[in-house]
Every structure is written in C-alpha cells, then in structure tokens.
Write a protein that binds this ligand. Structure first.
Ligand SMILES: Cc1cc2nc3c(=O)[nH]c(=O)nc-3n(C[C@H](O)[C@H](O)[C@H](O)COP(=O)(O)OP(=O)(O)OC[C@H]3O[C@@H](n4cnc5c(N)ncnc54)[C@H](O)[C@@H]3O)c2cc1C
Length: 487
C-alpha cells in the first residue's frame, strides 16, 4: 500500500545560505519543512569566516524566494553592488530570513544529522522503497532521536571536512602530530587569530581563493608585526590559471584577488614554493620542516616553519547518507550528471550551465544534495548556483515539473576559461574565436541546453548537426585532463 508522504515535512539538513533558500522556496509554496542545523546558530560555516569579504556582490547573494518573503515583512535590501563580508551576509540577510514567521518555527538549532535512511528499508531492499518516508537521525543535547521526512535536501556544505596537507589527498606524515600548529580554511589572521601568527614564519598551502585571501592578509600582518614571514606552497605552477582572470573576471573583486597576490609575489613579499608536493612534516630545532618533492623528481624542504594554514579545499561527507542509494562521480563526488560540467581538470570558467533537479537526482528518489555539497570536491561554487538548485528541486518536490525543468542561471565567469585555450580571450572556444566573437557567458553558462553532453548552446547546436561540438566541451578530456583530439 502506498503511504501518504505529504504527511511528513521535507527535511533540510543545514541552515547555510542554500539550506535557508530551500526553506524559503518551501515556505513560499506552503509546503511543510524542518531545518536541522548542527550549530548553535544558523550558517555556522559562514560564522567561522565572518571576517572574510566575499567577492560576489549582494546581487548574487540573495535568493529570489527569500527576497520576496523578507520584503513582505518590511526588510530593506542591501545595496546590490556592494561586497559584503560573510558576517554581513548573516547579519543583514540570513538571520533576518531565519527569523521570519514563515521559517523560524521550523528551524532546529543544535540538531546534528548523523544518518539518513528509508524508514523500514535498509539499503539493499528495493520493493516499495520509494513509498517509505525518510528517517532522519539527529543528535541533540538531550540525546538522539529519529524524525520522518517525505524528502531530504542535504545542504550541509563541505567546510566541516577540509582537505589535508598531503598532496596525495591523505594527511601528510606528521600532520596530525603537529595539529596544534595547523589551521584549515581561512583563520582570521588580522583579527581574532592575530597573536597566533604575528612575528611567525607561516606557510600557507593551496591555490584557491581561500589561500590567496589568507596570503594577502598575512602580508598585511607582516607589514605591521616584525618577523612575520609568509611562505606559499602550491602543488602546481600554472600561475596564469591560479592568479585568475584579473580584469576579465565577471566578479571584479575575485579578479582583483589574483592581481594583488601577483603583485606580492613579484615584489618578493611572498616566499613561493611552486610545484611542491608535500608529503611530511617533521620537528626541527626551530619549528618544523615541511618536506616533499619539487618538480616531480627532486626532494625539497622548507625549514623553520612555525604555523601552517591548509587551504587546499574541502570534500563532501556522504557518511550520513550511507544507507541511501547515492551515486557519485568517482573523483568529483558530485552527481554523475553534474561532474562533467564542473570538473576543475577541464573547467575554470567559474560558471556552470543551468542545472536543476534532474542533474541533482540520485537513485534514492527524494534525496538531493544541494549547495556547496552538490559540487563535491570541485571548487568555484557560488551561492547563486545553489539558489537556483533549491528553486528547481523544491518545485520537483512540489510536483510542479514545468517550474522544476525551467532552470535559469547566469553566473559571472572567472575570465580564465580553461576549456578554451583559444588565442582570443573573448571567445568561448577555439572555433568560436575563428568564426565570431563569443557572446558573454557563452562557455558553460548561458541559457539551458537539453543535451547532457553539451556545455553551452553553441556546443549543442554543433553536436545536433553531427559535429563533435563547438570546441569548448571536448577541448580537454576529464579522464586525462589533456587536450582531446577534435578530429
Ligand atoms: C573563503 C570562501 C569564500 C567564498 N566566497 C564566496 C563568494 O564570494 N560568493 C559565493 O557565492 N560563494 C562564496 N563561497 C562559497 C560559499 O561557501 C558558498 O557559496 C556557501 O557557503 C554555500 O552555502 P551552503 O548552504 O551550500 O553551505 P554552507 O555555507 O557550508 O552551510 C552548511 C550548513 O550546514 C550545517 N551542517 C553541516 N553538517 C551538518 C549536519 N550533519 N547536520 C546539520 N547541519 C549541518 C553547517 O553548520 C552549516 O550551517 C566562498 C567559500 C569560501 C570557503
């Protein structure tokens, strides 16, 4: 017998920007929901980087359904072109959103979700499975309890599970033993953590925006606190890609980050250790030594380091869904449909073609991982992507498939679209460069396409006409990260 799943709320795991956006969409549709947040406050991950200035201005950081609910309650929108800090996003947008009468009664703080299963069905059992409600197991100060849900939106992000220092994806030898001198992500080196880093020899590992932001802050600290020395360890050497698109970046603040760190490198204020694959951390007479291989072959070491900041990205933790039928791309750890669109081995545009409930669906009907978690280990996730994911998935949960399939997303590009390698920086791909100037956001972004193997409209048109594509899709293969033959 079919059970009435509408008797149960949709469970939203995580009250970050995307979890709360999903709550707004469910509230707008009058559907029941519960938000489970492990922290004592909403947006606990953003709280941990309260000091960080975002590179996306307000216009990209506010969900449409959330805006409508807030405005109806007299909320005044921030200035859309201003760049907020993570703290301002909480204070001026997320907290007011979480306090709305349509949302506040359904938010459960200090409720950590530890498992999700199908009530009465282990992972193996198939018959009748999709008619069973989900069982959400939460731990609270009062113990553990189970809550039933009709659908699950997992927006728990990735910040709780940062990548380690070791180049092979495992903790470097000695990393755990020296944990007291290791920080992960973006510690507030100019604020609350100032005393820890002032006057020290600090090594920052990583090549993304978090690493760059921390390097900029540390060099400022070095100007103020004598003896502060800043070392930058990178696994790669492609500075063009690492430093970003500069003035070509659709988000000027993101482009400026790269330009600032380039200047610091060129003026000798950073000790750069490129092509350095770290494998071990050993105690020394003054601090410790970071060891590894340089240029694949030569042993290399940086001595007398006193503090390490690991900014090598993060990875999703799907252990809470281990009793669900979750299917992930083998290395991105996103859904299989999303992986080719965001794989950093072949993409660096910072944009993604519009995608929604179909690309985010797992074999476990009704379970969706959204937000930063949807990208798995891939970088370049923007809140705006998560808002559109939430809109589409909530529409699918509501059974409004026309709205669910009508995905729209236009994101600012980084200005370093690695899928192209064309001479013409305005073109989305080599062919576009030869034929005509590419329209803005034409590589991977732009209007939705129907073909799963097409990354933009131009690519789809080319593939529909029997060609191998417009050039932006197959320029590099996911398996090798090398250029593919287009013959
Ligand atoms: C340094 C840095 C700068 C960034 N700058 C930008 C920017 O400028 N613009 C932009 O759009 N994006 C930016 N991002 C990306 C940004 O992280 C995401 O856009 C945003 O945080 C994603 O929101 P989310 O809701 O998916 O996940 P998160 O913000 O990570 O929220 C996840 C929530 O889930 C909770 N949670 C975790 N585990 C559990 C559990 N088991 N049970 C219950 N709750 C749980 C957490 O406490 C947290 O509140 C930046 C990221 C970093 C690291």
């Amino acid at each position: 017998m079919k059970r009435d799943l509408s008797a149960h709320p949709t469970a939203i795991l995580g009250a970050g920007p995307v979890g709360l956006a999903a709550a707004a969409h469910l509230a707008a549709r009058g559907l029941p929901f519960l938000v489970f947040e492990s922290g004592a406050r909403i947006a606990e991950h953003f709280e941990s980087t309260r000091h960080v200035a975002l590179f996306s201005p307000w216009r990209y950081n506010i969900d449409k359904a959330a805006r409508a609910l807030l405005t109806a309650e007299g909320w005044l929108e921030p200035e859309l072109d201003k760049l907020p800090t993570c703290g301002e996003v909480i204070d001026e947008y997320l907290r007011p959103l979480s306090q709305l009468p349509a949302i506040a009664p359904f938010v459960r703080l200090e409720h950590r979700v530890v498992h999700v299963a199908r009530a009465g069905f282990d992972k193996l059992k198939t018959a009748g499975r999709e008619h069973a409600p989900f069982l959400i197991r939460v731990t609270t100060a009062d113990g553990t309890r189970d809550v039933l849900a009709s659908a699950v939106i997992d927006a728990t992000g990735t910040w709780s599970t940062p990548n380690p220092l070791g180049a092979n994806g495992l903790p470097a030898e000695g990393e755990r033993e020296h944990a007291a001198h290791f920080a992960y992500g973006m510690p507030d080196v100019l604020g609350t953590q100032r005393a820890r880093y002032a006057g020290k020899r600090v090594l920052v590992a990583g090549a993304g925006h978090s690493a760059i932001g921390t390097l900029i802050a540390l060099t400022k600290l070095a100007e103020e606190a004598q003896g502060t020395e800043v070392h930058w360890a990178l696994r790669g050497h492609n500075f063009e890609r690492i430093l970003g698109g500069g003035s070509n970046d659709g988000l000027p603040a993101r482009g400026a980050l790269g330009a600032r760190v380039k200047n610091l490198r060129d003026t000798g204020r950073l000790h750069v250790h490129a092509d350095f694959k770290i494998s071990a951390v050993r105690s020394g007479a003054h601090g410790f030594t970071i060891e590894g291989m340089k240029n694949e072959s030569a042993r290399y070491a940086v001595h007398d380091i006193e503090e390490v900041i690991v900014a090598t990205g993060a990875r999703p933790d799907f252990s809470l869904a281990s009793e669900l039928r979750v299917k992930l791309d083998p290395w991105i750890e996103s859904t299989e449909a999303l992986a080719p669109l965001i794989d950093p081995n072949v993409h660096s545009c910072g944009t993604v073609r519009p995608h929604g409930h179909r690309e985010l669906a797992h074999p476990e009907k009704g379970y969706y991982a959204l937000g930063a978690k949807s990208y798995g280990r891939a970088t370049n996730f923007l809140m705006a992507t998560g808002f559109e994911q939430a809109r589409s998935v909530v529409a699918a949960i509501a059974g409004d498939m026309a709205a669910a399939d009508d995905v729209q997303l236009e994101l600012p590009e980084t200005g370093v679209c690695s899928t192209q390698w064309s001479e013409d920086s305005s073109a989305c791909c080599t062919k576009a460069a030869k034929v005509e100037p590419a329209p803005k956001s034409s590589c991977c972004g732009g209007p939705p396409v129907k073909r799963a193997d097409a990354c933009c409209v131009k690519d789809e048109v080319a593939k529909d006409s029997g060609a191998s594509g417009c050039g932006c899709g197959p320029a590099k293969t996911r398996e090798t990260g090398e250029k593919a033959s287009t013959l």
